[in-house]
Design a binder for this molecule. Structure first.
Ligand code: ADP
Ligand code: ZN
Length: 807
């Protein structure tokens, strides 16, 4: 029997970044299991903290010899009856800690659904009214709280009762996110007994007779069914007291997609390329190979159909499947395709769900009621068992990397899980990240290609480039070039649909004084405030600072304030003037703030309630509407000019993605890209939609300038309220790094970060480019640990391995 538990405590410091040994009190010996949360005393005094049990030991086992049993503290209480993290997820935490330099406790907490992290009460629900436990604990109630069981030291007994299906433990959050249950009425007697009872009732007891009649049908109905028949709760309670019936609480899941109707679909006849891809992947599954496949397929080439069919086969073998998509692509279109194929075997996880909804979906997976998970980044931690395939769609998307601690990349976790489950992992994209494509080149990944549009009638759209330098001086064509205007008129006449992209990356609207050139800055951060016309206010995108739009220049006092930059709203107004007959849907952060707004707008567009869909990056992905025949990119360049070596790659990806929205069915598509850099390779190769050529050329540039994928990178960031403190630390760490690393490594910095001041904190950074540095992990961990002491003085150090943002 286990007497000791290894616990990772919720105190993220160097000293506590390892398990501590605690005694398990008698009453909890059979309760505690690895992966459960416990409360333990920590440090001096009576401080209690939460922790995760990561190991169990007996006092006789070898490693115990060195431990002084007397000085050990005891676990105070146990917070779960079942482990919240299984062995696999605990092992992932080890891996995550290793690669992200985060603390173990932070990694563990990251994997839990938010509801388990929030404040909650726990209750036991009685499922079997006939069990003796009712009299002992529940009496006339059907729910009792955790504390009363705990105080009676009966957790062990309740654990067994839960396993036997007599009780169920529920986590109850004080807000509206509760488990939803429906009360059912269960007949307790046989039909003959009911008939006999009916015969002896008084003639006037109409309701009783009616109740007996209904019960004699031996059906389980919800309470509401009886109410509709005029039988009240009082009647039912009476029936229970007389032993005629029992109540049963049946859990119903909150289904966020309940309102949608999904028309079931069948597997399509695959084309030759799709079939070849499917076969290879399924072969790997069959051979239990944790092979990573890079499925490089142009937009509309039928990648999704390949995923669906592979998953179908995997499910048929009794295995499960995981499908990750970027948050933004989780439109109903993608969910719909999965629900339509696999109906309620699908659980959906994304940030648009409420905490309660997410928790329900998580439990469906846990209880193995759902076998396919479709979700965004954090769904990679879904507690699926026996995984047969993992898919990461749009694998190049930056949103797969978490931009706060722990800075994990979902692709890495997915590949780790693929190894654990010995199953294939599919990375899919029309424009793979250079890193992944390079790995395929080196045969670390297996490259599969789809080079044609899957719909035989569909063709890749024709793309033309408009040189905006010619248009810049003509106010009538500054935003919409003459060519684009003509094409839009053409489509409007034919009642075809148009998508217009306003590239907002690295771009914002601001106000400037025409007299003195003053730009309104954020008082807390080193960036200019962005103009938000909808609320008529200036807002900082970093700290949220807001102020009214100035009428006069705060610097020179003149009233020559002018709006610069083109916000989606301003473009919408301009488009409405140019095309008065067009119905326009605008999609940007402002119009999609409300829950479900994104879906509603897309649905309206899909139903042809508008002619033009105008929006930011968020419209570039996943749209599959047959009547879109024109895509216009208003400003291709803004993302090109960012001081980030990936800016060409990102621009190429964006232009390819958005072009792919046109001509997906039988009507040919046309794309117009407006740019000030018509000869840049990211633009010209997006025009010819030639990913392979882009890959070659961009690899050449990366090689010349020593960037990934030729080098690995790590970014360290130092921040403090005083600039000098941040800088000093950056330089001290720089010295330490130089002493410990080989001369082959290249340092960028220390330099102030591109936006040096955010929320009144100053940021400095160092980027290390390296090929092989066996000492690096040790040194970085040392730096992170050592910086713990300085945190109290307000100095923060963070490590970002393979950073996706260089600014
Ligand atoms: P991708 O994910 O590569 O963008 P999709 O899977 O969305 O491509 O497929 C694009 C379109 O082609 C969809 O409308 C899909 O229904 C259709 N499609 C996919 N595979 C086939 C096929 N084998 N035969 C006919 N149409 C197909
Ligand atoms: Zn700010």
């Amino acid at each position: 029997m286990y007497e000791l538990a290894e616990v990772i405590v919720d105190v993220p410091t160097m000293q506590t970044d390892q398990p501590f040994t605690y005694l398990i009190p008698d009453s909890l010996r059979k309760v505690i299991a690895i992966g459960m949360r416990v409360e333990v005393p920590f440090g001096n005094g009576n401080r209690h903290v939460q922790g995760f049990v990561v190991g169990l030991k007996t006092s006789t086992s070898q490693q115990m010899d060195s431990l002084d049993l007397v000085s050990l503290k005891s676990i105070v209480r146990c917070l779960d009856l079942q482990p919240v993290l299984n062995q696999e997820l605990l092992a992932i935490a080890d891996y995550m800690q290793e690669v992200t330099y985060a603390f173990k406790i932070t990694c563990l907490q990251t994997m839990l659904p938010a509801l388990l992290k929030a404040n909650y009460d726990k209750e036991f629900h009685l499922l079997d009214e006939t069990h003796p436990i009712k009299a002992q604990f529940f009496k006339d109630r059907s729910v009792i709280d955790w504390q009363s069981v705990e105080q009676a030291q009966a957790l062990k007994q309740f654990k067994e009762l839960q396993a036997a299906g007599v009780v169920r433990l529920e986590y109850q959050v004080k807000t509206k996110n509760q488990v939803k249950t429906l009360r059912y009425v269960k007949p307790s007697l046989t039909s003959e007994e009911y008939q006999a009872l009916q015969a002896v009732q008084k003639k006037s007891a109409l309701r009783k007779i009616q109740l007996l009649q209904l019960l004699s049908e031996q059906k389980v109905h919800p309470v509401s069914f009886y109410k509709e028949q005029g039988i009240s709760t009082a009647h039912l309670n009476q029936g229970m007291d007389l032993g005629w019936l029992s109540f049963e609480e049946v859990e119903i899941y909150r289904d966020p997609y309940a309102a949608y109707e999904f028309t079931p679909t069948q597997a399509m006849q695959l084309n030759v390329q799709q079939q070849a891809a499917c076969q290879e992947i399924l072969q790997a599954n069959q051979n239990q190979q944790s092979q990573v496949f890079l499925l490089e397929g142009i937009t509309g080439s039928g990648k999704t159909e390949v995923y669906l069919q592979v998953i179908e086969q995997v499910l048929a073998k009794g295995q499960t499947a995981m499908m990750l998509v970027p948050e933004i692509a989780l439109t109903p279109q993608m969910v719909e395709r999965f629900k339509a194929r696999f109906s309620d075997r699908v659980a959906v996880l994304h940030s648009g769900l409420s905490q309660g909804e997410k928790y329900d979906e998580w439990r469906k997976i846990e209880r193995e009621e759902a076998q396919v998970v479709v979700g965004a980044r954090s769904a990679v931690f879904a507690p699926l068992k026996n995984i047969g395939v993992i898919v990461i769609d749009e694998e190049h998307e930056a949103s797969y990397k978490q931009d706060e601690t722990p800075r994990y990349h979902a692709r890495d976790i997915a590949i780790w899980r693929g190894k654990y489950h010995q199953c294939p992992v599919i990375l899919g994209s029309a424009t793979p990240s250079l890193e992944s494509r390079a790995r395929a080149q080196k045969k670390l990944y297996r490259l599969l290609t789809l080079t044609k549009r899957a719909n035989p009638l569909a063709q890749l759209p024709k793309v033309s480039i408009v040189d905006m330098r010619q248009e810049a001086n003509n106010s009538a064509t500054q935003t919409f070039s003459q060519v684009l205007q003509d094409k839009i008129h053409e489509r409007l006449n034919k009642h075809e649909q148009i998508v217009l992209l306003l590239n907002r990356r690295g771009y914002s609207s601001f106000v400037m004084c025409r007299d003195c050139g003053y730009v309104l800055p954020c008082p807390n951060c080193d960036i200019s405030l962005t103009l938000h016309m909808d609320v008529k206010r200036m807002r900082c995108h970093y700290c949220g600072h807001e102020e009214p739009i100035p009428r006069r220049c705060p610097s020179c006092g003149q009233d020559k304030i002018r709006y610069y930059g083109t916000g989606t709203q301003k473009v919408e107004e301009e488009a409405q003037q140019l095309f008065p007959e067009a119905k326009i849907i605008r999609m940007d952060v402002d119009t999609t703030r409300k829950k479900g707004a994104h879906e509603r707008l897309l649905k309206a567009f899909g139903e042809k309630k508008a002619d033009i869909l105008l929006g930011t990056q968020m419209i570039a992905k996943g749209l599959d509407f047959p009547d879109i025949t024109l895509v216009g990119v208003l400003n291709a360049d803004t993302s090109l000019n960012l001081p980030d070596f990936r800016s060409s790659e990102r621009t190429f990806q964006l232009l390819t993605q958005v072009s792919g929205r046109a001509g997906r069915a039988d009507k040919p598509g046309k794309v117009i890209i407006q740019t000030f850099n018509p000869t840049h390779h990211a633009i010209t190769l997006a025009q010819s939609q030639d990913y392979e050529a882009f890959y070659q050329q961009e690899m050449f540039i990366r090689h010349q300038s020593d960037y990934p994928p030729y080098y690995f990178t790590v970014k360290l960031t130092f921040s403090h309220e005083q600039e000098q403190k941040a800088a000093q630390k950056a330089f001290a760490v720089f010295q330490q790094l130089k002493q410990n690393l080989s001369p082959q490594s290249i340092f960028l910095g220390p330099t102030p970060s591109a936006i040096m001041r955010v929320k009144n904190r100053y940021y400095y950074q160092i980027v290390i480019k390296y090929k092989r540095e066996p000492q690096l992990a040790r040194v970085l961990r040392e730096i992170v640990y050592n910086s713990q002491l300085e945190q109290r003085q307000g100095l923060f150090v963070s490590v970002d391995y393979e950073p996706l943002q260089f600014i």
